[in-house]
Design a protein around this ligand. Structure first.
Ligand code: GLP
Length: 257
């Protein structure tokens, strides 16, 4: 595993965006499948990718995307939906083909079928080359809450009170407006990708990083599954790395230098 520690989230986001652009470019216009997250963490990375796209350094013409998750019961017109978030913050500003964008439909009549079809669509696309993700304060990746099976695939996920509280900031602070369920790719869906790139910024992510990296693999901190991935990169700022042991951070700094 690689751990890239940058002073600020700004520097870390630039690193992540350049890394993603390089990966796409290394495919020389061959189809590239990218997994994507929402949340406040990836926003700067999306901004950087938009800039790189506009300057002609990277094109999304041959990129197919699969988003990690979506709330159950929110339409794509709703500003809090992940559909709205993705178009508003990223897709509307790059040269991606609309038919190559995949986001789980939280309004589907049969949610289980929707999840099954999503897994199939990922398989049909040849799997995911790079899955970009964030992490929740309780160590969740996508919406895989603590104690979700590390072998899980795309499924309907009841949200914990902690997640509802944290995410209520996007619903004008009103926890009663936050959906209680979401559709999410599973931990195994993320781990099946060729590369996993996780962003973690700020002091409120330090505990999640500590438990996921310093301790053993545990379904309590679903991010810890990256320990078993052969090509995982965590990009964080100094605040998020602040609870890691010094010998851990020294090791990773040494390797990167
Ligand atoms: C939500 C999303 C996750 C995201 C997490 C952290 O729970 N489902 O994919 O990683 O929030 O969000 P933020 O980046 O806003 O801290």
């Amino acid at each position: 595993m690689r751990l890239i520690i940058k002073k600020t989230s700004d520097e870390a986001s630039k690193w992540a965006a350049n890394h993603i652009a390089q990966k796409i470019n290394s495919f020389n216009n061959k189809p590239f499948t990218l997994g994507l997250p929402t949340g406040s963490t990836p926003l700067q990375t999306y901004d950087e990718l938009i800039k790189l796209n506009k300057k002609g350094f990277v094109s999304f013409q041959n990129v197919t995307t699969f988003n990690m998750d979506e709330y159950v019961g929110l339409s794509d017109k709703c500003e809090q939906s992940y559909h709205y978030f993705m178009y508003h913050n990223f897709f509307d500003h790059i040269d991606i083909k609309k038919q190559n964008i995949h986001i789980l439909n939280g309004m589907a009549e049969n949610l289980e079928k929707e999840c099954e079809n999503y897994e199939k669509a990922i398989k049909d696309a040849g799997g995911i080359r790079l899955f970009l993700g964030g992490v929740g304060e309780d160590g969740h990746i996508a919406f895989n809450e603590p104690f979700t099976s590390l072998k899980s695939r795309t499924h309907v996920q009841p949200l914990t009170q902690d997640t509802i509280r944290v995410n209520s900031r996007f619903f004008s602070g009103d926890q009663s407006k936050v959906p209680t369920k979401a559709l999410t790719v599973g931990v195994q869906t993320v781990m099946d990708s060729d590369e996993v790139l996780i962003l973690a910024f700020g002091k409120n992510k330090a505990k999640a990083l500590y438990h996921s990296l310093e301790e053993g693999i545990s379904h309590k901190w679903t991010l810890s599954a990256v320990q078993m991935h052969e090509n995982a990169v965590i990009v964080c700022d100094e605040d998020a790395a602040s609870l890691l042991n010094k010998e851990t951070t020294d090791y990773f700094l040494d390797i990167e230098n």
